[in-house]
Structure formats: structure tokens, C-alpha cells
Write a protein that binds this ligand. Structure first.
Ligand code: 13P
Length: 257
């Protein structure tokens, strides 16, 4: 199955709502229909930017998709500081990032939390971008595949095939995030291939063949082409380099690099 690459910019806690408008305008100005025919482009701004991004995307009929960096596992109620799937759906978000390593590390999110958030996203028609990946200790011990697949199993427990068919998995080895130390294309392929094989076991081969698996961790215009050339890598989840519009556009145009 031909999988449309998904090139997504995770802005993390950067760019306020005015800066977000400027950034999306730069992307819209720089990208052409030819780009959007070849790849899907998404931005994942802070919550406070989403309404501005929605207004711009709707008003100018932009082909850029957008989503949130997290979603609450709960539907509504006394959960101070949380943002619900219903709220994100109301803003026409396409995606919700779930289980980013920074949420796992700094906010104690475990596989059960991710599982509840994946289910919450689907309750509101949001597509999860589920982040998985090992830390340096696990990598050094050679446990990257087992560790990552355990995260995948945990997050997908009880998620039916009709839903899982649309999920996006982002393989983000923690040691490569924000460090400038990108995984080799072979390292990325090893784990992304294992993720697809596990999806075939959990569901079936056809479903696994359709799921997009991104790589994330120090992706730049200079290394994206080699990673995207791997058979089981269908996109990139870009952090730091997504804050520079010109650089992100080069990443979107990975085939030209
Ligand atoms: O965490 C990431 C994307 O979600 C990757 O971040 P960097 O591209 O800054 O390494």
C-alpha cells in the first residue's frame, strides 16, 4: 500500500499564538500544491495557539493539518489544566500526540495513561500520533525493539482494528531527541520494521501495511532523506528544526535533499 508520508512539526513549548500565525503563514507561503500532493504536512503547536491556527487554516483554506501535543484521558470535569478531546475536536484538530517521551519523563505518563489517551482521542475523532522509543540505557543494552514493542502493546490494549487502522506511530528514541544525535537509517528501520510486524500480529498484515510510522529525533534537512528512504519509515516528527520555517520546508521536500 502506498502510504502518504506525514511530515509533522512538534513545536513543543515554543511560539505564542501570534508567532504561530506568522509561522503557519511562512509555511503556507513556502509550500505549494506539489508539496501537498506528495506529502501530508502537519503542525503541532501549544494548546494556546490552536484557535489561531484553525482560523488561519480555515480562512485561507490551507492544506496544512494541525493537532495538539497531548489530550486528556478524561471527557470533562474537575481536571484542572487538562484539555479534552472534545475541545480539540471542536477546533478541527486532526491529530493528538500521545505519550511523547517528554510527557512520559516529566509528567509520569505510563503505558496505561497512553492507552486511556489513545481511546479518548478516538472517542472524539482525533488521530493519535503515538510516540514510542527507548532511552540510552536500553539502547546500550540492545533492548530497543523489546522496549518499544512493549510500549506499543500497552498503548494499543483493547483498541479495535477499525480505530487502530488510522493510528500514526512515531518512533522517537529518547537519546536522539534534541541531542543532534540522529539514529542511523538502519537503527530507525530496525525498530520501525519491528513496529509494523507487531501491528500485523496484533491486528493483521493489511492493517499494518497501511499504518504510518514516523521517525523522530534530531531530524534535519541534511539527514531526512536517508531516513525517509527506509521501507518502514513513513514520515518524520520534527522538533527543533520545525521552528525554522525554511528548514521545515526543506524537510517536507526530503526527496530534493
Ligand atoms: O521530540 C521530537 C519530536 O517530537 C524530536 O525533537 P528534535 O527534532 O528537536 O530532536
Amino acid at each position: 500500500m502506498a502510504r502518504t508520508p506525514l511530515m509533522a512539526g512538534n513545536w513543543k513549548m515554543n511560539l505564542n499564538h501570534l508567532e504561530a500565525i506568522a509561522q503557519v503563514q511562512k509555511l503556507a507561503f513556502g509550500l505549494s500544491d506539489k508539496d501537498f500532493d506528495a506529502v501530508e504536512v502537519a503542525v503541532l503547536p501549544p494548546f494556546t495557539d490552536l484557535r489561531s491556527v484553525q482560523t488561519l487554516v480555515d480562512g485561507d483554506k490551507l492544506k496544512i493539518k494541525y493537532g495538539a501535543q497531548d489530550v486528556s484521558a478524561h471527557d470533562s470535569g474537575a481536571y484542572t489544566g487538562e484539555i479534552s478531546g472534545a475541545m480539540l475536536a471542536k477546533l478541527n484538530c486532526t491529530y493528538a500526540v500521545i505519550g511523547h517521551s517528554e510527557r512520559r519523563q516529566y509528567h509520569g505518563e505510563d503505558d496505561a495513561t497512553c492507552n486511556a489517551k489513545v481511546k479518548a482521542a478516538y472517542r472524539y475523532g482525533l488521530t493519535p500520533i503515538l510516540c514510542v522509543g527507548e532511552g540510552l540505557d536500553v539502547r546500550k543494552a540492545g533492548g530497543q525493539v523489546a522496549h518499544t514493542l512493549a510500549q506499543l502493546d500497552g498503548a494499543l490494549a483493547g483498541v479495535p482494528a477499525e480505530q487502530a487502522a488510522s493510528i500514526v506511530i512515531a518512533y522517537e528514541p529518547v537519546w536522539a531527541i534534541g541531542t543532534g544525535e540522529v539514529a542511523t537509517p538502519e537503527d530507525a528501520q530496525e525498530v520501525c520494521g519491528a513496529i509494523r510486524a507487531r501491528l500485523a500480529e496484533l491486528y493483521d498484515a493489511e492493517l499494518a501495511d497501511g499504518v504510518r510510522i514516523q521517525y523522530g529525533g534530531s531530524v534535519k534537512s541534511g539527514n531526512v532523506a536517508a531516513i525517509m528512504a527506509q521501507p518502514d519509515v513513513d514520515g518524520a516528527l520534527v522538533g527543533g528544526a520545525a521552528l525554522d520555517a525554511e528548514e521545515f520546508i526543506k524537510i517536507v521536500r526530503f526527496r530534493d535533499q
